[in-house]
Design a protein around this ligand. Structure first.
Ligand code: UD1
Length: 366
């Protein structure tokens, strides 16, 4: 019997861990698992809604670390998590993605000699000003088992000197949740509630510190959005960080002036899936949304200068646009003017809804 602590902390973790918890529960003769929520994200809309939508069981432990500077948040997770590892003596701790909770929990385990599995290992933006890139690099260095979503990630890990025995290409577990919830999401009435018609609106998300914490960058993006909204309504579920930044920089009223730009609260998993799956265009600086739009064949403009998910550009619908207003406008209008999508969307290998099974196989076999 393998005892595993599965870690969730922030919004993009829940849809990755959900299918893994289920797969372990299906093999209850081989696994006992405990779900630990660090509390990095704590708002109902950023956390609770996902437990309901993804049928995640209530966490066994909630660490309640909340917000803070990177040092404060990372240290708070480590301090709260260490006694749990000492008490529970797990065989494995499984961390996902690249948030501060991911690195903090991996670091605790490496010092206690407890094995760590990292899901979504090997992604690299090669931009060390992103906190997530530091979290990815360090977590991959100390984790014992590196479970990758695409083979470019395997190459990145090998190039950093990580031996093949520690690497397993398992595919993209976020897509397990997408396929599983698609039908349920179709029952959401979010489009009707917002008064938008299929293929006749854009969806925007924005939360990267590089985009929202700098006044000029954010003002530039807002200006471009106002212009796009004159041609196509935009729905913008705003992250709390972004909402605060818009207020601080006095940009909220500029956004609200534009009737075709609806700023709404962050959405749960099902409503958000329903919303972007019917969009004509998605504009985002998120990582996961680049992948989800690729699978569904929705055109995606990524408002960043780099991506750790290049396969979404090579095979999928993603275009890296950057954040200068002229380039955002160019890319948006050329996407709107192209009548047909290039070809049928191509889904990357092993983004097939079965990654969680391969992850638990890998843990069993390691
Ligand atoms: C974190 C992750 C990022 C991920 C994002 C998804 C890190 C370094 N960053 O960024 O990779 O893409 O989550 O959302 O781990 N806040 C609330 N309520 C909440 C959570 C946050 O109001 O439930 C506010 C707080 O003011 C907080 C700020 O948002 O200071 C930022 O939260 P934090 O967890 O530090 O980082 P994110 O920007 O959410």
């Amino acid at each position: 019997m393998l005892k595993v602590l599965n870690i969730v902390g922030a919004r993009p973790n829940f849809m990755k861990v959900g299918p893994i918890v289920e797969a372990m529960n299906r093999r209850s003769d081989r696994f006992t698992q405990l779900l630990i929520h660090t509390g990095q994200h704590y708002d109902a809309a950023m956390s609770d809604a996902f437990f309901e939508d993804l049928d995640l069981p209530r966490p066994h432990r909630y660490l309640g670390v909340g917000s803070g500077s990177h040092a404060v948040q990372t240290a708070a997770v480590m301090t709260a998590f260490e006694p749990i590892v000492v008490e529970k003596k797990p065989d494995w701790v499984l961390v996902v993605g690249d948030v501060n909770s991911t690195l903090a929990c991996a670091l605790v385990c490496s010092k206690l000699g407890v094995k760590v599995a990292h899901v979504e290992a090997g992604l690299r933006s090669r931009d060390r000003t992103m906190p997530e890139e530091i979290n990815r690099l360090l977590t991959d260095q100390i984790a014992d088992l590196l479970l990758t979503p695409s083979t470019d990630a395997d190459d990145n890990l090998r190039a950093e000197g990580i031996p093949d025995e520690r690497i397993r290409f398992v595919g993209n577990v976020m897509i397990d949740s997408l396929y599983k919830q698609l039908e349920r999401a179709n029952r959401s009435e979010i489009r009707e509630q917002l008064g938008v018609a299929e293929k006749n609106y854009a969806v925007l998300t924005l939360h990267r510190p590089a985009n929202v914490d700098d006044k000029d960058t954010l003002a530039g993006i807002v200006g471009a959005l106002q212009e796009i909204a004159t041609k196509l309504p935009i729905v913008f579920p705003a992250h709390p960080r972004t909402r605060k930044a818009l207020e601080t920089f006095g940009l909220t009223s500029r956004l609200e002036q534009q009737l075709n730009l609806k700023v709404i609260e962050p959405l749960g998993y099902l409503d958000f899936l329903r919303l972007y799956s019917g969009a004509r265009l998605v504009l985002t600086d998120s990582g996961g949304i680049q992948e989800e739009t690729t699978v569904l064949g929705i055109p995606c403009l990524t408002l960043r200068n780099n991506t750790e998910r290049p396969i979404t550009i090579e095979m999928g619908t993603n275009v890296l646009v950057g954040v200068t207003p002229a380039r955002i406008l160019d890319a948006a209008f050329s996407a709107l003017n192209s009548i047909e999508m290039k070809e049928k969307p191509r889904v990357p290998p092993l983004w097939d809804g079965k990654a969680a099974e391969r992850i638990v196989d890998a843990l069993q076999e390691f």
